[in-house]
Structure formats: structure tokens, C-alpha cells
Design a protein around this ligand. Structure first.
Ligand code: ATP
Ligand code: F1X
Length: 307
């Protein structure tokens, strides 16, 4: 089974307007609410691709109820720890020329709830995958990610990490199956400027040396690179019209994992990941199976090393 863990979920409030004037009254043309947070997005895309998963994490209040109800309604299993404070609301603003995101810090989570979440991981076995994704809520220290990664390593659970935290480096000793920093995150983690794919490959190689089994560096409209001990791939995005790139990185992770679990072929998985990321960028919400399928063959993959 695939488990996704979102320590800091969110209700994503999407606002679409031609122009936004700061300091003025803005009347909005189009709005939508989505259950969000990186791991929850991974579960939603896995579901759209026909794969089951269980969503773990902390939720609370009316916003937490919205998230749980929305994803349960479509058939995603949940096993959240419920806490008192409402789950955050993140605002995503799309104007004619720009995308702007305003993300809240998130609820403060009591020690007992953190312990309850770690307890839930005890049921995972070596047949399972755990995706840990997204930021930490206020008051939760990085050590929770470290404890989760150590448990996975002890139990042989395959670990996938997509966290916007410089200390991601400290999790690499647990040999995650996949880590997926974006360009800016990789730059912070390895302490070097990442201007292009060549730089991204150099940075990703450092993560492989430190223990990551596979690394994908996502680079927005420029696609992504894939690096492991044997092969290095570059993926270019297919053409399309950008609607909202929110969740594109999560879709890449879900697209990769859905294929990897079924076929075990990293090239196919990477190609499907890039297709899923772009399919989401070209949709209002997250991508669906047919859109990913349609883009798959249009993603150009080049081998920079290995067959
Ligand atoms: N503007 C775009 N046009 C086409 N494809 C895109 C675009 N933005 C993202 N993608 C696709 O999605 C993948 C992941 O995007 P990105 O690098 O923006 O991830 P991210 O920063 O982790 O995003 P998020 O945090 O919003 O999930 C890219 O590798 C690419 O395949
Ligand atoms: O604040 P974090 O946890 O880094 O990111 C949260 C978030 O921006 O990531 C998802 C898109 O990847 C959204 O659903 C959500 O609002």
C-alpha cells in the first residue's frame, strides 16, 4: 500500500482574476476550494491514475473536515490524527500574467498528537511506500521527519521525500527511494546556484552520493532531470497552456510512483511523472488519467548517461 503523510495540509482557496491591485478592492471572477497539502495532492493524483493510497497527517476544525470529506467521497482512505486547531487555508491567486501563493504557517500540534502520528507508522511493512511531503506546521520540529525516515528504514518501507527543508540532507542516510526537490530547494540543500539542467544534475549527484536511491529535480516549465547511480535523464515538458501549476510537483511524484510501483522501470516512471506534472499545470485542478496518457508520448526524454 502507498501511504502519503501531510503534516501540514491546507484548504487551497484558488482565486482567478485578470488583474490584482494591492491596496484596492478587487472583485473576483472565479474562485474554487480544493483539499490541499502536498501529500494529499499525491493521494488525489494517485487516485486519478487508478492507484489506492491511505492519507495520513494532522487535520482539525471545519477546514480539516472539508479535506477529509472531500477525499473520502472520491474513495481515498484516510487515517488522520485529529487536533483542535483548524487546518490552514492557503490562497492561490492566478492573474493574466502571474501565479501568487500565500501559504499560512499551519496549526500548532501538541506532543501527544505528534506521538499518535508516529504510532500509526508502526503498521507499515516492507511491502509499503510512505510519501512524506510538504512543510512542517508551526511548533513541529524537523526531528519528526527524521523519526519517520528512521522507522521506514528499520522496517524496510520505501520512502519518498518531497519537503521544502534544507535539512532534507539529513534524511539521505536512510536511503530514500526518491527525493524530489525543485530547482530552488536543491540550490538551498546543496549550497550552489542551479541555473540550468547541467547544474541540477551536479546537485542531484550530491544527493545520490549522500544516500538517495533516485533523485528528480523539477524545474517548472523547463521539465526535470532524473539521476541515480546508473542513469541520468532529462525530461522536457510538452506544449500546453498554463492554467495553474499548483500541485504540479506533487503530480510529478504521484505519476512517477504510480508507474514505478506497477512496472519498476525508472525511465517510464520519470516520463509519466513529467507528463503528470505538466497535465496538472495545464488543468484548473490536479491532472486526470486521460490527460496524463495524452501527454506521455509528447514528453521528450534524453539519456545524459546510461541506457
Ligand atoms: N509552466 C509549466 N508548464 C509545463 N509544465 C510544467 C509547468 N510547471 C510545472 N510543470 C511540470 O510539473 C513538474 C513539477 O513542477 P515544479 O518544478 O513547478 O514543481 P514544484 O515546485 O514542486 O511545484 P508545487 O510545489 O506547486 O507542487 C515539472 O517538472 C513539469 O513537468
Ligand atoms: O506550505 P507547503 O506545505 O510547503 O505547501 C503547501 C502547498 O502550497 O503545496 C501544495 C502544492 O504543492 C498546495 O496544495 C498547498 O497549498
Amino acid at each position: 500500500m502507498i501511504y502519503t503523510c501531510t503534516l501540514n495540509p491546507s484548504v487551497d482557496y484558488h482565486i482567478e482574476t485578470e488583474n490584482l491591485s494591492l491596496g484596492m478592492l478587487n472583485r473576483i471572477e472565479h474562485t474554487a476550494f480544493y483539499p490541499g497539502g502536498k501529500g494529499i495532492n499525491v493521494s488525489r493524483v494517485l487516485h486519478n491514475l487508478g492507484m489506492s493510497s491511505v492519507a495520513l497527517g494532522f487535520i482539525g476544525g471545519f477546514t480539516g473536515d472539508f479535506i477529509e470529506e472531500s477525499i473520502k467521497k472520491i474513495g481515498i482512505r484516510t487515517n488522520f490524527v485529529k487536533q483542535e486547531q483548524p487546518t490552514r487555508i492557503n490562497v492561490k491567486i492566478k492573474t493574466a500574467n502571474e501565479e501568487t501563493e500565500v501559504n499560512d504557517q499551519g496549526a500548532s500540534i501538541a506532543e501527544q498528537h505528534q506521538a499518535a502520528l508516529l504510532q500509526k507508522l508502526e503498521q507499515l511493512t516492507k511491502k509499503d511506500y510512505l510519501v512524506i511531503s510538504g512543510s512542517l506546521p508551526a511548533s513541529v520540529s524537523f526531528s519528526i521527519y527524521e523519526k519517520m525516515a528512521r522507522r521506514c528504514s528499520e522496517k524496510g518501507v520505501s520512502l519518498i521525500v518531497d519537503i521544502p527543508h534544507q535539512a532534507l540532507k539529513d534524511l539521505l542516510i536512510y536511503e530514500p527511494l526518491l527525493v524530489k526537490p525543485n530547482q530552488a530547494e536543491l540550490s538551498e540543500i546543496v549550497g550552489m546556484d542551479i541555473h540550468n539542467k547541467e547544474d541540477a544534475v551536479k546537485g542531484a549527484k550530491k544527493l545520490v552520493q549522500l544516500g538517495a536511491q533516485n533523485v528528480i529535480v523539477s524545474m517548472g516549465k523547463d521539465g526535470a532531470v532524473f539521476v541515480n547511480e546508473q542513469i541520468i535523464l532529462s525530461g522536457e515538458t510538452p506544449r500546453g497552456t498554463l492554467k495553474s501549476s499548483v500541485g504540479a510537483g506533487d503530480s510529478l511524484v504521484a505519476g512517477f510512483l504510480a508507474s514505478f510501483v506497477q512496472k519498476g522501470n525508472v525511465k517510464h516512471a520519470f516520463q509519466q511523472g513529467v507528463a503528470a506534472g505538466s497535465a496538472t499545470a495545464y488543468s484548473d485542478d490536479l491532472c486526470h488519467k486521460q490527460e496524463v496518457f495524452d501527454l506521455f508520448t509528447k514528453v521528450k526524454i534524453s539519456h545524459l548517461k546510461g541506457e
